[in-house]
Design a binder for this molecule. Structure first.
Ligand SMILES: Nc1ncnc2c1ncn2[C@@H]1O[C@H](COP(=O)(O)OP(=O)(O)OP(=O)(O)O)[C@@H](O)[C@H]1O
Ligand SMILES: [Mg+2]
Length: 280
């Protein structure tokens, strides 16, 4: 296929080095380093405003980094001369909101970009679309309109749409957080099977059981920096930093933990590890 491994190592799908992103005076990412190997599933967790979405959006240049480098499958996307459309074609992205076209059927939603961007013919695009609907358990919904589907079904359509572009890696930004609790499981099951098929995935999620079961690594972000990262069992099961423990306590049992303080936002300076002695 392609042998472009510009010093990133053959197995590396995403390499983020020294990534900074500011919106005006607001420094949202303050030096992020992440490497995701081919076939690896990395979950990013952290409080609201910590920069998780911004991080994902920097990977396919929906946001332009202020400094640092991002490489995807050996292509540096932060290189000013990069053909970003070409890189984006290799990256599937699934957001919290499904962004399906309401006036198109499920099948048409899945074939549109295939035909326009990949220049596939109608028959081939339809075949790929149906195969991916099957993959997410919605083979019978090809002719339905988005409004006729549940939120969980719509999100699975959005995943099938991304898969129909044959991505080499997938970015997920809280794909289940807009769903009613009883619809979350079906979406996570699809993501779990993708992971088992060897898809490279960078997933922002609050689903700790998913992170624990599926992720090879978990990255905990707070205030625009990575506070802690490692195997899921360690970061979620036995966190080393007080900030990670406080966050997990809040996520795993919201009723038992204190609410975030008003100053607990991305703009707040990140204390050094070990700097946070008090709980609450
Ligand atoms: N386009 C933008 N312009 C200005 N500020 C922005 C922009 N996008 C994000 N921000 C700010 O950057 C910070 C980080 O936002 P981001 O969406 O990355 O956080 P997050 O970790 O994904 O939070 P959440 O868990 O709530 O989704 C926030 O303070 C947000 O207000
Ligand atoms: Mg977000």
């Amino acid at each position: 296929m392609n042998a472009t491994t510009t010093g990133t190592g053959t197995g590396t799908q995403i390499e983020i080095r020294g990534l900074h992103k500011a919106f005006g005076d607001l420094e949202v990412l303050r030096g992020i380093d992440i490497t995701v190997a081919r076939g690896e599933v990395v979950c990013v967790i952290g409080p609201s405003g910590s920069g998780k979405s911004t991080l994902l959006r920097c990977v396919n240049l929906l946001e332009e980094p202020t400094s640092g480098t991002v490489s995807v499958a050996g292509t540096e996307v932060t290189d000013p001369d990069v053909d970003i459309d070409r890189v984006r074609r290799r990256i599937g992205m699934v957001f919290q909101s499904f962004n399906l076209f309401p006036h198109l059927t499920v099948l048409e939603n899945l074939t549109l970009a295939q035909r326009r961007v990949l220049r596939r013919g109608k028959a081939e695009a339809g075949r790929v679309a149906r195969a991916n609907l099957e993959r997410v358990g919605l083979a019978d919904k090809a002719s339905a309109y988005p409004a006729q589907l549940s939120g969980g079904q719509q999100q699975r359509v959005a995943i099938a749409r991304a898969l129909s572009m044959d991505p080499e890696l997938m970015l997920f930004d809280e794909p289940t957080s807009a769903l009613d609790p009883e619809l979350v499981g079906d979406v996570l099951a699809v993501m779990r099977s993708l992971a088992q098929e060897g898809m490279t995935m960078l997933v922002v999620t609050h689903e700790m059981s998913f992170a624990r079961e599926v992720a090879d690594r978990v990255v905990f972000m707070d205030g625009g920096v990575i506070v802690e990262e490692g195997p899921a069992a360690r970061v979620v099961g036995d966190p080393q930093h007080e900030r990670t423990r406080t966050f997990l306590a809040r996520v795993l049992d919201p009723a038992a933990a204190p609410a975030p303080a008003p100053g607990d936002v991305a703009a707040a300076p990140a204390p050094a590890p070990g700097d946070v002695g008090k709980d609450g």
